[in-house]
Design a binder for this molecule. Structure first.
Ligand SMILES: *[C@@H]1O[C@H](CO)[C@@H](O)[C@H](O)[C@H]1NC(C)=O
Ligand SMILES: *[C@@H]1O[C@H](CO)[C@@H](O)[C@H](O)[C@H]1NC(C)=O
Ligand SMILES: *[C@@H]1O[C@H](CO)[C@@H](O)[C@H](O)[C@H]1NC(C)=O
Ligand SMILES: *[C@@H]1O[C@H](CO)[C@@H](O)[C@H](O)[C@H]1NC(C)=O
Ligand SMILES: *[C@@H]1O[C@H](CO)[C@@H](O)[C@H](O)[C@H]1NC(C)=O
Ligand SMILES: *[C@@H]1O[C@H](CO)[C@@H](O)[C@H](O)[C@H]1NC(C)=O
Ligand SMILES: *[C@@H]1O[C@H](CO)[C@@H](O)[C@H](O)[C@H]1NC(C)=O
Length: 518
C-alpha cells in the first residue's frame, strides 16, 4: 500500500535496495474478472483416446494399477472426474458383443489405426473406477453409419446406463472430409439430429436431453460448427442438448511451422493463453451461457498431435495445465477434459511425433503418465504434469468460485497469473499464484523469487507446486506440497508452510502456490 503511488520502475528499485528481493502488491480485493459460478467436483475431468483404452486401464480383471492410483489421489481430495472415452479414434470405433478384450485396434503395421473394436469388457471396466465416477458415452459419427453409432449407444446403455452423464456423437466434425456436409452448418445439424433422435428412440429416450453438442476444434475450417455457430442454427430445437462441448488446442506439432512455435516460452506466455481463451473459446462459452446452457472443454491439451517431447513432458506442462484450467474455471466451464493418448498416424502426415517400433503406441508426451513400458517412451511412469491436477482440485474444492487478479504493478502480465477463490462469502478463502517465468536447468544462475504482499492475514498456509527448473522431466523431482508421484505412490511428507501475520508470499520463477486463509 505504501508504494502504490510510485511507478513500477521506482517500486522495484526502492524495495530491492531495502530488502534485496523486490516486493509487489497482489490486490485480491479488486479482481480483474467477474467471480465465476461455484465449481463442482467434476471440474477436473479427462478424455482418453479409446484406441489406447486397454493400455491406460487394462482389462476388468487386471486393471492398470498406475492409472487407477492417480485417479484415486484425485478422488481422495474430493475430485469426481467425468471420463470421456473420446478423441479421433472414437470416429472409427465399433461394438462387437463377442469380443473378449476391452479394445482392439485394427492397424496397418505402422501405427495407422483403421478401426477400434470394443467389447463388453470396455464398459465393464467402468466398475473399476473410484465410486462416483461418471462417463461420456462416445459414439462413432465418422463412419456415417446409424447402425455402428446405435450399436455403441445400446451397448453402453445396457451395461452402464447409470454411469452415463452425457452421450456424444462424433469427434471434431470440423476435421471431417468436406464432402460430408459441404460446408453447410444446416446439413450437419440435420444429420446430427436424425442420428441422435434414432438413438434416443433405441434406448427409451434416456439419451434425450443428455447430448453433448458441437465437439468442434477452433481450427479454421469451412464447416462452422462451434457452439457459437450451432446455437443460432437451432441445434437444440428438439430439446436434445444437455451441454455444449468445445475443444481447446492453442499449439500443435502437426506440421513444422507450428512445431517451431510450440516452445516452453510460448506455452507459458500467460497473455497469449488469455488471448486464445478469449478470442477462440469464450464466444462459444458466452453463446451457451446466454442461451441458459452449460458448457465444457470436452477435450484439450497444450500441444495438438500428441505434444512435444522436452516441452509437454516437463514441469512447464504442470504450470500450463494449472493456468489454463483456472482460465476456463473463471469463464465458467463446468468441466475440462485433459486429453490422454498416443500418436495417431492418420492425423497428419507432417507431424513431429511417431509411434514406437512395429506401430506400438507412441504415447503422447502431454499425458499424465506413460501407462505401460514402451519402446518409444521407456518405462511406465507418471509425468511432471500430474501435480497440477492436485493443485487445481484442492484450489476449487468444496464449491469454489474463482476470479482472476490483476498483475501486480511492476510485473509483466505474460509472466504471472493469480486467482482468488471464494467460498460462500465475499472474502477470498484461497489464492493461487503462478510465476510463469521460465527458469531453465543450467540457466542464467540463480532463479529470482517474487515476494508478494497479499494484504493483512493471520494463520494463512501455503502449499507449493515446484521443481528444480521449468524443463525438469523427472517427476521424482517435481512436488506438490512436498510430495512427488513418479510411480503413482506419494513419496515424502506433506509440507504445508505457515505464514506469519501479514507475511509476504514468495514464489520462485517457474513455481506456483496455493495460499489458504484461516
Ligand atoms: C460466470 O458466471 C457468473 C454467474 O455464476 C457470472 O456472474 C459471470 O459473469 C460469468 N463469467 C463469465 C466470464 O462469463
Ligand atoms: C496398486 O498396487 C499396489 C501394490 O500391489 C496396491 O497396494 C494398490 O492398492 C494398488 N492400487 C490400485 C488402485 O489398484
Ligand atoms: C470406418 O471408416 C474407416 C475409414 O474412415 C474404415 O477404415 C473402417 O473400416 C470403417 N469401419 C467400419 C466398421 O466399417
Ligand atoms: C421419445 O421422445 C419422442 C419425442 O419427445 C416421443 O415422440 C417418443 O414417443 C419417445 N419415445 C419413447 C420410447 O419414450
Ligand atoms: C435444450 O432444450 C431443452 C428443452 O427446451 C431444455 O430443457 C434444455 O435446457 C436445452 N439445453 C441446452 C443445452 O440449452
Ligand atoms: C506473448 O503473447 C502476446 C499475445 O499473443 C504477444 O503479443 C507477445 O508478443 C508474446 N510475448 C512473447 C515474449 O512471446
Ligand atoms: C530432447 O532433448 C534431448 C536432450 O536433452 C535430445 O536428445 C532430444 O533429441 C530432444 N528431443 C526432441 C524431440 O527435441
Amino acid at each position: 500500500m505504501l508504494y502504490t503511488a510510485l511507478t513500477a520502475g521506482s517500486l522495484l528499485t526502492a524495495i530491492s535496495l531495502a530488502a534485496d528481493v523486490p516486493s509487489y502488491t497482489l490486490d485480491s480485493k479488486k479482481p480483474s474478472s467477474p467471480i465465476s459460478q461455484a465449481h463442482v467436483s467434476q471440474f477436473v475431468s479427462y478424455s482418453f483416446e479409446p484406441a489406447f483404452w486397454a493400455e491406460f486401464f487394462g482389462e476388468p480383471d487386471s486393471p492398470r494399477n498406475l492409472t487407477f492410483t492417480l485417479l484415486n489421489h484425485l478422488h481422495e481430495r474430493g475430485a469426481r472426474p467425468i471420463i470421456r472415452a473420446g478423441g479421433i479414434s472414437m470416429d472409427s470405433m465399433i461394438y462387437d458383443p463377442g469380443q473378449k478384450l476391452s479394445a482392439v485396434r485394427t492397424e496397418n503395421g505402422k501405427g495407422g489405426i483403421y478401426r477400434t473394436t470394443i467389447g463388453p469388457a470396455f464398459y465393464k471396466q467402468w466398475d473399476n473406477f473410484p465410486e462416483g465416477t461418471t462417463f461420456v458415452s462416445t459414439l462413432n459419427f465418422g463412419n456415417n453409419s446409424i447402425d455402428i453409432a446405435k450399436g455403441l449407444a445400446v451397448a453402453s446403455y445396457k451395461l452402464q446406463r447409470d454411469k452415463i452423464v452425457y452421450y456424444e456423437l462424433g469427434n471434431e466434425p470440423t476435421n471431417y472430409p468436406e464432402s460430408r456436409w459441404k460446408r453447410s452448418t444446416e446439413a450437419y445439424v440435420s444429420q446430427w439430429r436424425s442420428f441422435t433422435s434414432q438413438i434416443d428412440a433405441a434406448i427409451s429416450n434416456t439419451s434425450h436431453g443428455k447430448w453433448w453438442a458441437s465437439s468442434a476444434t477452433t481450427d479454421v475450417t469451412g464447416l462452422k460448427v462451434r457452439p457459437s455457430d450451432l446455437i443460432p442454427a437451432g441445434v437444440n430445437s428438439t430439446g436434445q442438448v444437455g451441454q455444449y462441448s468445445i475443444h481447446s488446442y492453442a499449439f500443435a506439432t502437426c506440421d513444422p511451422a507450428r512445431e517451431r512455435r510450440a516452445t516452453i516460452a510460448n506455452i507459458l506466455n500467460h497473455t497469449d493463453l488469455l488471448r486464445y481463451a478469449d478470442s477462440e473459446i469464450y464466444p462459444s462459452a458466452k453463446a451457451a451461457m446466454d442461451s441458459g446452457a452449460q458448457w465444457a472443454i470436452g477435450e484439450f491439451n497444450s500441444i495438438a498431435c500428441s505434444g512435444k517431447p522436452n516441452v509437454s513432458d516437463t514441469f512447464a506442462q504442470a504450470l500450463w495445465t494449472a493456468d489454463v484450467e483456472l482460465i476456463y474455471a473463471v469463464r465458467n466451464a463446468t468441466s475440462v477434459h485433459l486429453h490422454q493418448g498416443a500418436t495417431l498416424v492418420f492425423q497428419s502426415n507432417q507431424q513431429l511425433n511417431t509411434p514406437g517400433d512395429d506401430g506400438t503406441p507412441g504415447f503422447s508426451s502431454y499425458s499424465l503418465l506413460y501407462p505401460i513400458d514402451s519402446s518409444k517412451r521407456g518405462e511406465a511412469r507418471v509425468l511432471p504434469v500430474f501435480v497440477s491436477q492436485l493443485l487445481v482440485t484442492e484450489a476449487l474444492g468444496g464449491g469454489g468460485r474463482i476470479a482472476a487478479l490483476k498483475t501486480p504493478a511492476g510485473i509483466q502480465e505474460r509472466e504471472f497469473s493469480a486467482y482468488a477463490v471464494f467460498g460462500r462469502g465475499e472474502k477470498p478463502t484461497k489464492l493461487v499464484i503462478l510465476n510463469m517465468k521460465p527458469f531453465y536447468v543450467g540457466g542464467n544462475g540463480v532463479p529470482s523469487t517474487l515476494s508478494l504482499d497479499i494484504g493483512e492475514h493471520s494463520g494463512a498456509t501455503v502449499k507449493r507446486m515446484t521443481a528444480p527448473s521449468v524443463d525438469e522431466k523427472d517427476s521424482a523431482k517435481v512436488t506438490w506440497a512436498g510430495q512427488s508421484f513418479r510411480n503413482g505412490k506419494a513419496v515424502g511428507e506433506v509440507t504445508v508452510e505457515a505464514l506469519g501475520p501479514s507475511e509476504k508470499v514468495s514464489v520462485r520463477e517457474s513455481e506456483a502456490v496455493l495460499v489458504t486463509f484461516k
